[in-house]
Design a protein around this ligand. Structure first.
Ligand SMILES: Cc1cc2nc3c(=O)[nH]c(=O)nc-3n(C[C@H](O)[C@H](O)[C@H](O)COP(=O)(O)OP(=O)(O)OC[C@H]3O[C@@H](n4cnc5c(N)ncnc54)[C@H](O)[C@@H]3O)c2cc1C
Length: 407
């Protein structure tokens, strides 16, 4: 880490009543990167291109390796720190926030499941030192969003492995420095007997099969590819994917994605508030007719914020114990966080648009809401809420919701 950045450990800011508020370093660094992300957000969306400038700024702030333990060159950040960064970036440019979130989910899988494997530890060192960006490949061929099922299998040849995968969606595949992918353990394994494998750029080629001309989240550039990869057996994480999925992949994805969506919703809210303030100023302090929608946006935004905070608390309570995150109530809470956060974020953006009326509906002008709205509509389908709810049905029948509000 650069000397300038390492000095930024704790900062004080003044609160509304002049009191000192301690701000964690990650927040300040994220805010710096977010300024750049916001400047280019329109072009990223318009041209459906990777947010290059934002990621240059994120790298300059050394934010890509923060989850990696400090002994491997990272900063040992907490999940809550990463969640804050996702929200701040998401508020500036949805695609940037979501790419950052997806990257950190993959880093978390590597950090928490390397089990001291030397190749894996060295890989983490290289991610931190080079500020590598990791992409994720789980969606494949005919399986749609069923992340717990893989078609392509690892081919073992002595100490070497190979994988050829029809990856229907790999966000920012062309701009990533490595891909972390699920795969069937061996040719003879069942589709649910999966592993997680890390391939660095020099290990693979990507043959484009499908473009990414979408309603929103256009900057994630989530194209389809045939992924052809080779490496050594140690690139396969030592724990089964089922365990990685329950302990890390799903909980972190739901926390970080929800945080990024909360950022998007906050961005839309801020824009709508600016509109209502201006409209009120222009009519001698009278509230415009759309003002109740702004209040409604604030209601859902606060509920969303509370849901993410509760998710982080559930996570921290359970992550401390071995296997804690696989407890049924913890799994349900974090799965439902994804469903609820995606709906609340979409509701907030919709209310923000209605607060602005035509000024929000227009694609030109300072109060255009189209980008926020199109981006946030990806949230309920990114691992489809219907699928998550259907998968939870048996657990809902079996588990007892806690009565206490402090547990
Ligand atoms: C912005 C964005 C970025 C993405 N990035 C990546 C990436 O980097 N890597 C990657 O691998 N994938 C990525 N994905 C894909 C994502 O992980 C999901 O696989 C994908 O969104 C699911 O698409 P689907 O709705 O077609 O699939 P499905 O989940 O198969 O759903 C298809 C339809 O079936 C319904 N359905 C499915 N299951 C059930 C059920 N059990 N009960 C009732 N109805 C059900 C759904 O409602 C939906 O209408 C990304 C998606 C988005 C939106």
């Amino acid at each position: 880490m650069s000397a300038a950045i390492s000095q930024l450990t704790h900062h004080n800011r003044r609160g509304r009543h002049g009191e000192a508020i301690e701000i964690r370093d990650f927040v300040l660094r994220a805010e710096e990167a977010a300024k750049i992300a916001e400047l280019h957000a329109h072009a990223v969306d318009h041209d459906a291109r990777f947010p290059t400038e934002a990621f240059e700024a994120i790298r300059a702030q050394q934010l890509l390796g923060i989850l990696i333990p400090s002994e491997l060159g990272g900063e040992g950040a907490r999940a809550a720190d990463v969640a804050d960064v996702c929200a701040i970036l998401g508020g500036a440019c949805s695609s940037t926030g979501m790419i950052f979130a997806m990257h950190q989910v993959k880093v978390a899988c590597l950090v928490r499941h390397a089990r001291g494997n030397p190749w894996q530890l060295d890989f983490q060192r290289r991610i931190a030192a080079n500020q590598w960006l990791l992409a994720s490949s789980t969606t494949e061929g005919a399986n749609g969003g069923d992340i717990r099922s893989s078609e392509a299998a690892i081919q073992l040849d002595g100490a070497r492995i190979g994988l050829v995968r029809d990856a229907s969606v790999i966000s920012y595949g062309a701009d990533a420095d490595a891909i972390v992918t699920t795969a069937r353990r061996t040719d003879g394994a069942a589709s649910s007997d999966q592993v997680l494998v890390a391939f660095q750029r020099s290990d693979y080629s990507l043959e484009p099969t499908r473009g990414w001309d979408t309603l929103g989240m256009r900057g994630t550039c989530s194209m389809g590819y045939i992924l052809r990869a080779e490496g050594v057996a140690d690139q396969v994480l030592p724990e089964p994917y089922e365990r990685i999925h329950n302990q890390t992949m799903a909980p972190y994805a739901h926390l970080f994605w929800s945080s990024a969506w909360q950022g998007v919703a906050s961005g839309a809210f801020r824009r709508a508030r600016a509109f209502v303030r201006q409209a009120s100023r222009n009519s001698g302090g009278r509230m415009p007719p759309g003002a109740p929608h702004l209040t409604r946006a604030r209601v859902t935004l606060e509920t969303l914020r509370g849901a993410v905070q509760a998710g982080l608390a559930t996570f921290e309570r359970n992550a401390a114990e071995p296997g804690g995150l696989t407890a049924m109530n913890a799994q349900l809470a974090l799965n439902f966080l994804k469903v609820e956060a995606s709906e609340l974020a979409a509701a907030t953006v919709m209310s923000a648009m209605r607060a602005c009326g035509l000024a929000g509906y227009r694609n030109d002008g300072d109060f255009a809401m189209g980008r926020f709205l199109r981006d946030i509509l990806s949230a309920p389908i990114m691992i489809n809420n219907d699928r998550i709810l259907a998968n939870a049905e048996a657990a809902v029948l079996m588990s007892e919701p806690p009565l206490s509000l402090t547990l």
